[in-house]
Design a protein. Structure first.
Length: 102
């Protein structure tokens, strides 16, 4: 097998998620599937099962899930990400301050 190096490398190459949450596409949202203990997402009050409806004002749509994951890896540590989400049908807002997890 021959693997060709991507040029230029992706903006998030070699980086890990800085939010501490794993999201998957859901209907008109990103569902939080997992949150690491004491992670930025946990400290912001987010929980498994919450439905993110927007990140930094951008709607959470399935077609942009990859872009959302890239953003959570590529933005520098210390960046604050505005999160709008639904829990038990009620819309809420919080801010996740990204930081290196590893």
């Amino acid at each position: 097998m021959y693997l060709k190096r991507i040029s230029p490398p992706p903006v998030d190459a070699g980086r890990f998620d800085r939010s501490g949450m794993w999201i998957n596409a859901a209907k008109d949202a990103y569902e939080i599937k997992s949150i690491a203990a004491d992670s930025p997402a946990a400290q912001a009050g987010l929980a498994e099962g919450d439905l993110i409806t927007s990140l930094n004002g951008e709607p959470a749509v399935a077609e942009h899930l990859s872009d959302a994951r890239t953003m959570l890896r590529a933005l520098p540590a210390g960046t604050e990400v505005a999160v709008t989400y639904k829990r038990s049908g009620a819309e809420q807002r919080t801010t996740v301050k990204l930081r290196d997890q590893i």
